[in-house]
Design a binder for this molecule. Structure first.
Ligand SMILES: C[S@@+](CC[C@H](N)C(=O)[O-])C[C@H]1O[C@@H](n2cnc3c(N)ncnc32)[C@H](O)[C@@H]1O
Length: 209
């Protein structure tokens, strides 16, 4: 928990309580349904929570912002961001029901009223969102194809709209066709060695006309 407070010192008591409770909930549920590897559970705050919150170092979502986490798995990056932005709504989607079972239990345990989950492939989702967030799900060309038509046209953010994707490694080849993408090095925000090669990619979605 100290790790989270090191980089997010302005958390409310409620947020601190929720981030603290998160670890026990994941440990408990992971024993029943393995969605997070043993090593990752031992370093939950570093590998999952802080990693997810790197998106909040790139943008502060305004109250009312509508987000979808595509391929949320065990709830990342959606759950930590939903704790940090309680006035925004988060739709967590995954095509594997077992993983969402854990997410549903964690959401219930934390009494997160701003999160809903759907068991579905994202291609089947019909709604639109201000931002689509994701980590480790698909290469950008596939991902952009999947979320076509799912980003809302209204632009009420300095970053406008679009995709915020947590990715690792060298992205130059994967992003070569996306000239409007901005890549943020997470090591500029956090000093832990774990983040050395990790990035947040923002890809705005442009509309014709
Ligand atoms: C490597 S896991 C990443 C999970 C989580 N985002 C994380 O970083 O911990 C990829 C997840 O994407 C989900 N997934 C893959 N293709 C999908 C699709 N088309 N629609 C929804 N979920 C998908 C998988 O079921 C899996 O849970």
């Amino acid at each position: 928990m100290e790790l989270i407070l090191k980089y997010f010192p302005d958390l409310t008591d409620d947020q601190i309580a929720k981030f603290t409770q998160l670890e026990a909930l994941y440990q408990d549920w992971n024993l029943k349904i393995n969605v997070v590897s043993r090593k990752d559970i031992d370093e939950l705050y570093l590998r999952h929570v802080l990693h997810a919150l790197a998106i909040a170092k790139v943008i502060t979502f305004k109250p009312g912002t509508k987000l979808m986490d595509v391929g949320t798995g065990g709830g990342f990056p959606g759950i930590p961001l939903a704790i940090l932005f309680p006035e925004c709504s988060f739709h967590l989607v995954d095509s594997i029901a077992k993983k969402l079972k854990v997410v549903d239990e964690v959401v219930a345990g934390l009494e997160l009223t701003n999160v809903k989950t759907t068991h579905s492939r994202v291609e089947e989702i019909k709604d639109t969102y201000d931002f689509i967030i994701s980590r480790a799900v698909a290469a950008m060309p596939t991902f952009v194809h999947w979320i076509k038509g799912k980003v809302a046209k209204k632009q009420n953010h300095e970053l406008k709209n679009g995709i915020l994707y947590l990715k690792g490694g060298d992205l130059s080849e994967e992003l070569q066709d996306y000239k409007t993408a901005t890549i943020y090095n997470i090591s500029d925000f956090y000093s832990e060695a774990f983040f050395e090669t990790k990035k947040v990619v923002h890809l705005p979605i442009k509309f014709k006309g």
